[in-house]
Design a protein around this ligand. Structure first.
Ligand SMILES: [Zn+2]
Length: 335
C-alpha cells in the first residue's frame, strides 16, 4: 500500500508552511519572475506554490515506531522543505536553486517513475516545478494561447537551447521587413506617431450637423488633456487643450444613443441607436481626430496634419490594391 505523503497529514507545521507560502506567493506576484513576462496570464500559479505542491505531494510522511505520523520528525522535515522551497524574507523563492538532489534523497521512489498530469495546465507553472524536480509530466490545455506559452516554458528551452537568440534574430528581421514595406505610411514631420485616434461620424437627422462620435473627451485624464469640438457650417473643427472635469466628461455617444451636443454648437437633440448604427453602416463616415506622438515624458497629442491624412489615404490605397493577393496568401483573417 502506498504510504501517506506530507500534504495529507494534519499537522500544525504543514499549516504554518501553507501560510508562509501564501505570503511568499503574494510577494512573488509583485516581483514578477521571468516566466511571467511572456504574457500576462490572469490565472497563473506562483512558482513558490507549484514548488510547495510538488514537494508535499511526493515526500513521504515520516512515521514513528507505532506506524503513526511522527510530529517531531515532521517538524524537522518541514524545516528541510522550507529550505528546498527557498523561503527567505530577503530573497524571492523563485530565484533559488530547487536543490533537486537534496529533494530526491528524501524520497522512497525514483521520481522519473511518477507521472503527473495537469489537464487544465494553462501556462504550465504547476508542471514547471514538477518537471524541475524530475517527475514525468503530462500537461495540456484547450486554449491555443495557453498551449503555446506552456510549450515555451516546459518544452522549448530544453529542446532548442538557441531559442532566445533565434527569436531576437527573426524578430529584428520582421521589424526591418515591416519597416521597409509599411514604414512610409507612418513617416511624418516632427514627432513620431504612436497611435491615431479616429471617430465614426453621423449626420444629425434634425439639423444636418456632422457629429463625431465619442463617449468622453479625455486623451489623458491625469494630465487633464482632451479634445474639444466646434461645430461650424455643418462640419466641425477639433481643438486639443486642457479641459475642465466637466468638459472632459462630455460625450456625443453613450449607452446606446447619440446626442447633437449643445456645448459644441449642436441642436441638442438625442439621436436613436437605430439611426446612429444605420448611418455608420451605410455611409461609414469617419474622421482622424488626434495623433498620439512620442515625447520625452512618454506621449503627447497633436492635431493630424495633411501629411497624416495623406499617409492614411496612401495606406488605404495600398491595402485595396493588394487585397486579393493578401487574401490569397492568407494574410487577412476573413472569419
Ligand atoms: Zn442636430
Amino acid at each position: 500500500m502506498r504510504s501517506s505523503r506530507l500534504i495529507e497529514v494534519e499537522n500544525i507545521e504543514v499549516l504554518k508552511l501553507f501560510e508562509d507560502v501564501s505570503e511568499e506567493a503574494r510577494k512573488e506576484k509583485l516581483a514578477v519572475p521571468p516566466i511571467n513576462k511572456l504574457l500576462y496570464w490572469w490565472t497563473r500559479k506562483p512558482v513558490s506554490v507549484a514548488r510547495t505542491l510538488t514537494l508535499l505531494s511526493t515526500i513521504p510522511t515520516p512515521l514513528g515506531e507505532n506506524g503513526e505520523a511522527d510530529s517531531e520528525k515532521i517538524k524537522k522535515l518541514i524545516t528541510e522543505v522550507r529550505e528546498l522551497i527557498g523561503l527567505n524574507p530577503n530573497e524571492r523563492a523563485y530565484r533559488r536553486d530547487p536543490k533537486v538532489e537534496r529533494y530526491q534523497k528524501l524520497l522512497d521512489f525514483d521520481p522519473s517513475g511518477i507521472f503527473v498530469m495537469d489537464p487544465f495546465a494553462g501556462q504550465g507553472n504547476l508542471m514547471f516545478s514538477a518537471l524541475e524536480y524530475g517527475l514525468r509530466v503530462y500537461a495540456m490545455d484547450y486554449n491555443p494561447v495557453a498551449y503555446v506559452l506552456m510549450k515555451s516554458i516546459l518544452e522549448y528551452p530544453k529542446k532548442y537551447p538557441q531559442l532566445a537568440e533565434d527569436v531576437e534574430k527573426y524578430g529584428k528581421e520582421l521589424i526591418e521587413r515591416t519597416e521597409k514595406e509599411l514604414g512610409r505610411f507612418y513617416k511624418r514631420e516632427g514627432r513620431e506617431a504612436l497611435d491615431y485616434i479616429w471617430c465614426w461620424c453621423i449626420r444629425c437627422p434634425y439639423c444636418g450637423q456632422r457629429i463625431p462620435l465619442t463617449n468622453q473627451m479625455w486623451l489623458d485624464k491625469n494630465e487633464k488633456i482632451g479634445y474639444w469640438f466646434r461645430f461650424r457650417n455643418g462640419g466641425f473643427e477639433v481643438e486639443i487643450r486642457q479641459l475642465s472635469n466637466e468638459e472632459g466628461d462630455k460625450f456625443t455617444q453613450k449607452e446606446g444613443y447619440a446626442v447633437c451636443e449643445k456645448s459644441f454648437g449642436g441642436c441638442g437633440n438625442t439621436i436613436s441607436y437605430e439611426h446612429m448604427t444605420r448611418d455608420i453602416a451605410q455611409r461609414r463616415d469617419k474622421e482622424l481626430i488626434a495623433v498620439v506622438v512620442r515625447n520625452k515624458r512618454g506621449k503627447d497629442f497633436e492635431l493630424p496634419s495633411e501629411e497624416d491624412r495623406r499617409n492614411f489615404e496612401e495606406a488605404a490605397k495600398y491595402l485595396k490594391e493588394n487585397w486579393d493577393s493578401f487574401l490569397e496568401e492568407d494574410l487577412i483573417p476573413t472569419e
